[in-house]
Design a binder for this molecule. Structure first.
Ligand SMILES: [Zn+2]
Ligand SMILES: [Zn+2]
Length: 212
């Protein structure tokens, strides 16, 4: 799968390079590299353009599905039907067809209850550092650039969270360190604190970033 990531990144770069050549309307900032490209306008513009134009390649080997894109860090849930050789969706399946060997870590009841009482800014303060750390460690910074940007922007727009609550949650839910990026994003979507419109936009952006 490492190879597939590489191809995906190369593809991303080629596409943005082609867009640069094609489009004179893109701001001169397009020449900057990804690290200092975090000026909000630039990313917003690029997000818009890139989202409209690029397609991620889907592995034609036959053993991966749409849901496998980003495996193992941001793929869909494991496809139990495929495991039993019973998945009729094939490449179009939204679940992952690759092996998931690590057991799924879960929050216990007390941890879930605490999580459900947390406000938006608290959830983001708790979860976002883990998402950024895992993306960095797994070479997903570029692929997930827009998703991270969207979450960071959301956090900045909210009133500052109660630091004590965040520290308390961090101590009570240390298990988050073991969650994949996909699971961390799922937590945000499960939190009652976020408006449904935001959750839908987040899901769309994740799907689009992964080419689903
Ligand atoms: Zn997977
Ligand atoms: Zn499947």
């Amino acid at each position: 799968m490492a190879l597939q990531y590489q191809r995906t990144f190369i593809n991303f770069e080629e596409t943005t390079a082609r867009q640069k050549q094609r489009s004179s309307s893109l701001s001169p900032a397009a020449g900057r590299n990804a690290e200092d490209a975090c000026s909000e306008k630039y990313v917003d513009g690029l997000l818009h353009k890139t989202g409209e134009n690029y397609e991620w390649p889907i592995d034609a080997q036959g053993n991966t599905s749409r849901g496998s894109l980003g495996h193992p860090e941001v793929c869909g849930r494991f496809c139990i039907r495929f495991f039993y050789r019973n998945c009729r969706q094939g490449e179009n399946c939204e679940f992952c067809h690759l092996a998931h060997r690590e057991p799924k870590v879960k929050m216990d009841k007390a941890q879930r209850q605490l999580f459900e009482t947390m406000g938006e800014a608290e959830v983001l303060s708790l979860v976002l550092p883990h998402i950024e750390r895992r993306c960095g460690r797994n070479g997903l910074n570029k692929q997930m650039l827009f998703v991270i940007h969207m979450l960071r922007q959301r956090l900045t727009s909210l009133p500052h969270p109660d630091d004590n609550h965040v520290l308390h949650a961090r101590a009570v839910i240390p298990i988050l360190r073991k969650f994949t990026v996909a699971r961390l994003l799922e937590l945000i979507r499960q939190s009652p604190a976020f408006p449904s419109g935001f959750k839908e936009d987040l899901k769309k952006l994740v799907d689009r970033s992964l080419g689903r």
